[in-house]
Design a protein around this ligand. Structure first.
Ligand code: 13P
Length: 250
């Protein structure tokens, strides 16, 4: 039985006042693991505000290197040091806007695992790739790059997130059936590496998840929660989505 996981990706939003207001309005939901990923500079503030709360903390990215002359980078071990439990890796905005490749995601997953973090590997196709019938090639290719680089034992903490690029921030969500089809293919591919890992790995859906569509998405057998962008900046919406991950019960 996989515990549902809902993560809020705040992207490039926030201020000390907004972090305080948003986190103060969040609460844990029974039966669901939840976490928020503020920008790096607010992680320590968020950690303090989350003290005593079951809501977890994650970062949106980490360096591909452990330490050294890499100006502007933040190491996975530093994230663990300030109290993070998760780190997003390979978000489509990183891949498209910051030229991250599969080689980068592999290195970053390695750093995250070494630091004791749960890496949340994001994969997803563009609209053009979907229309050309390449969805599974792209998604499984991004996933396999990481699966090929580690043992199933090493990948125990891994979380996967399917985020179709065309559904991110567009208001256009994959239908529950479209998402389930990809999630099932992702899990089937993981099972070729390890059935145990496939049974346990959480596969989150991300892309315009809102309170109104969350329950139908999360009801799919291979959708184990969500990676939430815009709606994670509105406390009531994020809480409603977390509740939907527990089958709608409070
Ligand atoms: P939206 O929920 O705003 O579409 O963003 C999804 C996302 O990119 C989460 O990582």
């Amino acid at each position: 039985m996989r515990t549902p996981l809902v993560i809020g990706n705040w992207k490039l939003h926030g201020s000390t006042a907004e972090v305080e207001a948003l986190i103060s309005a969040l609460g844990a939901k029974s039966g669901v693991e939840t976490a928020v990923c503020p920008p790096y500079v607010y992680l320590s503030q968020a950690r303090g505000l989350l003290a005593g709360s079951a809501v977890g903390l994650g970062a949106q990215n980490c360096a591909a290197e452990k330490s050294g002359a890499f100006t502007g980078e933040v190491a996975a071990a530093m994230l663990a040091d300030v109290g993070c439990e998760y780190v997003l890796i390979g978000h489509s905005e990183r891949r498209t806007l910051f030229a991250e490749t599969d080689a980068h995601t592999v290195a970053k997953v390695g750093q995250a695992l070494d630091a004791g973090l749960q890496p949340v590997l994001c994969v997803g196709e563009t609209l053009e790739e979907r229309e050309q019938g390449h969805t599974l090639d792209v998604v499984l290719g991004q996933q396999n790059a990481v699966l090929d680089a580690f043992t199933a034992e090493q990948l125990g903490p891994l979380v996967l997130a399917y985020e179709p690029v065309w559904a991110i921030g567009t208001g256009r969500t994959a239908s529950a059936e479209q998402a389930q089809e990809v999630h099932a293919a992702m899990r089937a591919k993981v099972s070729e590496y390890s059935q145990h890992l496939a049974d346990g790995v959480r596969i989150l859906y991300g892309g315009s998840v809102k309170p109104g569509n969350a329950q139908e998405l999360f009801a799919q057998p291979d959708i184990d929660g969500g990676l939430i962008g815009g709606a994670a900046l509105v406390a009531d919406d994020f809480m409603a989505i977390c509740q939907a991950a527990n089958g709608g019960s409070a």
